[in-house]
Design a binder for this molecule. Structure first.
Ligand code: ATP
Ligand code: MG
Length: 388
């Protein structure tokens, strides 16, 4: 069986069942490709049984991307008696050759006659008796920690546990729309918000044919990686070419980046009721580039009427962001050479401290309403299904 422990959900009070229900349903979906899986939730953990053993490693891999899980252990279970626990401990230990171990017991059922240290020492002595000279005790730096978990209904024994992603179950924090470029930051921002339980859709802006198809392929490939955490993903590809051309011919060059940013926000907000979200997510980090000074951020924000913008990377350094990108698997895609609609038209000397009135004046030269409308008409939806 697999023994799944949850993380922050344990701290929830009266709401706990709401989160557990979502987590169980997400686990069910994550494992929907495997036959025989039975999922049960009781007293602080979720147990998974009935699957075939050859699927086990792949199932653990799937669960390692489900948010809300603290750890996943491959466990054996038996009736809660010392004799059965000793027997099973010998079966649980693999043919490792020589190994050192220690036993750790957790007695959740306080009515169990032996106390935890006593169980540990009895089981330890039994393992040595049966498996010596291969097995020897090392309490400081053992190869294996044999965990014994004694509960009312059963005793569980495991020595292999892998860490989960923690966070909150996907879907427990509503829905968001991430502005997804082909860069390093916005994929990491997506991951961080999904980890807090927000189910995401993505909006990507391009300027095809000025930008290549490869730019859109990048957004798609990044979305595929994120879909593993986000349990699928709707990716909206928006062609911003009409806006770009109009802005280039009518507005001062140093304002192009900030005008484009404001345009992105406006288009996203116009898609709100269609997509259904409560927040826009970006990969901005304070001071990283000209468009991410506090003045630029404030000026961009004013393009929005009512939607809140969440910037999970705002206080995080680039090298830390890069480490996360590498770990979640988006980095290698992000560094493919690319022509983003922002980099293609990037001004040589962008405004680092834009004054909102001046930006508004430049923007006033454009027919924003119809440009937003044109972009909405040139929007394609790509749905990434999950699990594949
Ligand atoms: P990233 O690595 O996410 O591209 P960046 O460091 O390149 O970020 P900017 O180019 O200033 O920063 O973009 C800031 C944010 O604006 C991005 O994190 C992203 O959320 C959004 N954004 C930028 N370009 C696009 C795009 N082409 N499509 C959708 N969103 C975009
Ligand atoms: Mg970028």
């Amino acid at each position: 069986m697999l023994l799944v422990r949850y993380s922050e959900i344990g701290l929830k009070g009266a709401n706990q069942n709401y989160f557990i229900k979502i987590l169980v349903s997400n686990i069910k979906q994550a494992l929907s490709g495997y036959s025989g899986v039975e999922i049960a939730s009781s007293r602080g953990r979720i147990s998974i049984r009935g699957y075939s053993i050859e699927d086990e490693a792949a199932m653990v891999g799937k669960l390692s991307k489900v948010f809300g899980i603290a750890s996943i252990a491959i466990a054996l279970e038996c009736e809660p008696s010392i004799a059965s626990i000793k027997d099973l401990s010998i079966k649980a230990l693999p043919a490792l050759g020589r190994f050192t171990f220690k036993v750790e017991t957790n007695r959740a059922d306080k009515r169990f006659p032996a106390k935890s240290p006593q169980v540990s020492s009895e089981v330890g002595a039994h393992v040595i008796k049966m498996l010596s000279p291969n097995a020897s005790v090392d309490v400081h730096n053992p190869d294996i920690v044999l965990n014994i978990d004694i509960r009312e209904e059963a005793a569980y024994i495991y020595w292999q546990a892998s860490a989960g992603e923690a966070g909150l179950p996907l879907g427990s924090s509503g829905k968001g729309a991430v502005l997804l470029s082909g860069g390093i930051d916005s994929p990491v921002a997506s991951y961080m918000m999904a980890r807090r339980g927000m189910k995401l859709s993505a909006i990507h802006y391009h300027s095809y044919p000025f930008t290549s198809v490869a730019a859109q392929d990048k957004a798609r490939d990044i979305s595929k990686v994120i879909s593993e955490y986000n349990q699928g993903m709707d990716l909206y590809n928006v062609n911003a070419i009409d806006f770009m051309q109009s802005a280039i011919s009518n507005c001062k060059e140093q304002y192009l980046t900030i005008l484009l940013r404001r345009f992105m926000y406006r288009v996203a907000e116009a898609m709100k009721s269609k997509i259904g979200f409560s927040a826009i997510i970006t990969g901005e980090s304070l001071g990283q580039v000209a468009s991410q000074t506090i003045e630029s951020i404030n000026c961009t924000q004013q393009a929005l009427i009512e939607t809140s913008v969440m910037r999970p990377l705002i206080g995080i350094d680039k090298n830390e962001i890069t480490l996360i990108a590498k770990r979640i698997g988006t980095y290698d895609i992000s560094i493919r050479p690319y022509d983003d609609c922002c980099t293609v038209f990037v001004p040589k000397h962008p405004q680092t401290r834009p004054v909102t009135e001046k930006v508004a004046f430049e923007e006033g030269k454009l027919d924003m309403e119809s440009l937003v409308g044109q972009a909405l008409e040139k929007t394609d939806l790509l749905t990434i299904k999950w699990p594949y």
